[in-house]
Design a protein around this ligand. Structure first.
Ligand SMILES: Nc1ncnc2c1ncn2[C@@H]1O[C@H](COP(=O)(O)OP(=O)(O)O)[C@@H](O)[C@H]1O
Ligand SMILES: [Mg+2]
Length: 297
């Protein structure tokens, strides 16, 4: 909507996990390198964890691009609320197994053959499970068993489990201790630092056609980072709404007042947002002073 006004050729803050917009922060770079290394060296289980919106699905998209380029076969499950039957059906579908996909036994036999054949030819096969914290226990158990398949040279199936921190807690359960111990590689994503967040916003705007943007000042970028707690998804949501607000007001520069409006609309919670409780003794005129809403430097 605001693209032409600011000179963007496309939306800079799209919510989709598009590798074309990848910002290579050190932690994202490291996570992607670990995923690729884990797959290539047949580590078996690899876990990618992080809060909502930290970039896990984006990393998996980048990994898929890599696997496609290397012609490495993979199955990827993005909806993890599955029954065991649905899990095997999707697995068979993604790996193009020629068998009765509704029969778990047939899928397992066919999968085993395929994995042995591929491993024999020195080829790797990968299973990617996003939102893995939502997996039902019985599906997780099937995945654990698939992870046991091996020949002399290593695991036949490389399994990437990606999810929110609950995944780690889920794997603490006694029945999954063994799986947990078998996770050979772990990567965790966190929110950006203030410097990274500023570079992230600038890089997305540059990628969308606006180099050296002057819409959001460094001071405001710092405040956006703080209110978004460094989480890329929240930074995108704030920036998208901020640009929309600036556009609606026909302003080429975003202001702190606009940011206040946007974060209030998004109902964002951040430390110090409401430093004064409703029952506090501060007089009304103090509470209304605009600077009261700012974070103390
Ligand atoms: N390193 C990054 N480079 C570019 N965009 C990113 C990066 N990390 C996260 N994002 C963006 O943040 C949003 C949330 O990322 P996503 O991968 O969906 O997070 P998660 O799967 O952890 O919830 C998406 O819009 C995505 O494009
Ligand atoms: Mg995700």
């Amino acid at each position: 909507m605001y693209n032409a006004f600011f000179g963007f050729t496309q939306n800079p803050f799209n919510m989709s996990p598009d590798p074309a917009f990848l910002f290579r922060s050190p932690q994202h770079e490291e996570a992607l390198a670990s995923l690729i290394y884990g797959v290539q060296s047949r580590k078996g289980f690899i876990a990618l964890t992080g809060e909502v919106g930290t970039g896990k699905t984006t990393m998996l998209e980048c990994l898929r691009d890599f696997l496609n380029a290397q012609q490495i076969a993979f199955a990827s499950l993005f909806n993890s609320r599955l029954t065991v039957e649905q899990f095997f059906e999707l697995l068979a579908y993604d790996l193009d197994l020629r068998c009765n996909r509704l029969s778990k036994t047939e899928v397992l036999l066919s999968l085993n053959n395929m994995l042995m054949e591929r491993a024999g030819a020195g080829r790797t096969t990968v299973l990617i499970v996003d939102e893995a914290h939502n997996l039902e226990w019985d599906v997780l158990e099937e995945i654990r068993l698939l992870g046991n398949l091996e020949n002399r040279r290593g695991k036949l199936l490389q399994i990437i489990l990606s999810g929110q921190q609950e995944l780690d807690r889920k794997l603490e359960a006694p029945e999954f201790r063994q799986l947990k111990q078998r996770i050979a590689l772990r990567c965790t994503l966190r929110g950006f630092s203030a410097e990274e967040a500023a570079a992230y916003v600038n890089s997305r705007m540059a990628r969308a056609g606006l180099k050296n943007q002057t819409i959001v000042t460094p001071r405001l970028l710092d405040e956006i980072h703080f209110r978004a707690q460094g989480i890329p998804r929240l930074i995108n949501a704030i920036c998208d709404n901020l640009l929309l607000t600036a556009f609606a007001m026909e302003s080429r520069v975003a202001t702190l007042e606009m940011l206040d409006e946007v974060t209030a609309d998004l109902r964002l919670e951040y430390p110090g947002k409401n430093p004064f409780r409703p029952d506090s003794n501060y007089p009304e005129q103090v509470l209304r002073r605009p600077e009261v809403r700012f974070r103390a430097e």
